[in-house]
Design a protein around this ligand. Sequence first.
Ligand code: FAD
Ligand code: NAP
Length: 537
Amino acid sequence: MTNTHEQKRTVDAVIVGAGFAGLYILHRLRGLGLTVRVFEAGKGIGGTWYWNRYPGARCDVESMDYSYSFSDDLQQEWRWTERYASQPEILKYINHVADRFDLRRDVTLETRVTAAVFDEATSRWTVRTDRGEEVAAQFCIMATGCLSAAQVPTYPGLERFKGKWYHTGNWPHEGVDFTGQRVGVIGTGSSAIQSIPIIAKQAAHLIVFQRTPNFSVPAHNAPLDPDYERSVKANYADFRRQARESRVGFVVERNDKSALEVSRDEREHEYEARWRRGGLGFSSTFTDLLISKDANDTAADFFHAKIRSIVRDPAVAETLLPRHYPLGTKRLCVDTNYYATFNRDNVSLIDLTKSPIEAITPDGLRTRDQSYAFDRIVFATGFDAMTGALLAIDIRGRGGKPLKEKWAEGPRTYLGVAIAGFPNFFTITGPGSPSVLSNMIVSIEQHADWIADCIEYLRHNGRMAIEEATVEAEDQWVQHVNEVGHLTLYPQANSWYMGANIPGKPRIFMPYIGGVGVYRQKCDEVATKGYEGFRLK
Ligand code: FAD
Ligand code: NAP
């Protein structure tokens, strides 16, 4: 010890992050009899649902789907109140889970992991925190979240802004009252689209700064239908099974027809039906929307007509039309009154493609053409997705090789769960897995179960328990992920899936688009074959 505040402990596993992923893998590893330490940067558990408290924050996967399935008692007891649960309700749920399964005692809050270094001599990971603590562990598990590294653009002048500014992903716990304020919102992704209609109702004036317009489907949120709740609960096991075998981790009504093989009337009818139902199922209206640009254009045309019919000012409507990328290749948004909000007298829209932001000024912000005065600025500018939280930690594998170096050209993993050169190191919903293209809770449970089973296998086989993806298996997986990604339209968009929102980030389609069910089968096959593609010592 070099410092009286430093402590050194040894546990079987360190988990970084206490969101849905960190808490569930904790539960699983404890069940195997492992000693575990969880470190969480936040003052509370819940991850996404702890940090993202902006007005209107809620899930866009329906509540009955967006919940843990590992305990039947839990899923039977818990009662969601709305079709799409709000952030406070999800946070309440995850806190309930933590209490019900006595998870808190292994979680250290307000502690950020700064480094994780593999020691080849001892085959242990040394994990360091910003509080000077050092823990040695056989297994190191990153449950750091795909959307947890908030990104605030580096405009000059932010430090001199006299008003207050916020990022949606790090929202003040006491809430923000926008009543009577002049507010600027930068960004028009899901977080902006959820918060803008609510901020607009409070603010004296709201100006929305849009770089890229988004496709947004109505949520039609409502109190949860008790009959629907009863029917799901009566059959929850089967409901969950179908979700696990599905493409996106929840069951959407599939239509195996091409958008191009049906008549114009049938097409419009199908789109209209999905629009009325609301939610993410829109992108499954036809089977080829995400693989054929011509098919996709028909959906985009439908959207354009909807936006034009809702937004009264034709010039504003035109600015809101997404035109330069296929529908669904940036995450589809789900909203309540988003487009209609632009009919309010106190809301204006600025097109940043015509006049980019140059600086934040003491009084507001300045674009190339004009200055705007604000009391409050909201950055709804998203995250350094999938790799940001991992690369913020100094992770070093065999031979002291930094992950940052290994991933300099983009992330490389085996199954999105392991990395060659990083033994006994796992990522939950890492790049190369379906993660952000799915109902994340389904993907989180699948990864955590797979990792727990792998650890159990290692321990039962009485090994010194070193598992490490081989370079060959990793290369093949990366190639497969790329190939499948490039069969779709996804790479055509400047999305965060492609790293395009972060200046200088390598342009790679990071998640695995093969589908949750297919992916699960591949992972299970690897396990059944004695962890094929891993070197076990
Ligand atoms: P997170 O919830 O992000 O938790 C990771 C935790 O790790 C964080 O608390 C973070 O503080 C901590 N952490 C990171 N780095 C460190 C470090 N170095 N040291 C210590 N702690 C660290 N998904 C869906 O499927 N459906 C939805 O409807 C949906 N809605 C979303 C809405 C919003 C606003 C956002 C931002 C995301 C949404 N997602 C949704 C994705 C969501 O992130 C996942 O569903 C899920 O909550 C992720 O859980 P997680 O535990 O993997 O990560
Ligand atoms: P996002 O989708 O990345 O949107 C960020 C927005 O900010 C985009 O419009 C982006 O424009 C803009 N932006 C970024 N940097 C900018 C800059 N320097 N100047 C001007 N504009 C800039 O982030 P998000 O809205 O927080 O959502 C992230 C993901 O979290 C979602 O895709 C979804 O997976 C999840 N989420 C889900 C929900 C839900 O409904 N349940 C709600 C919120 C978030 P460009 O498009 O041009 O980059």
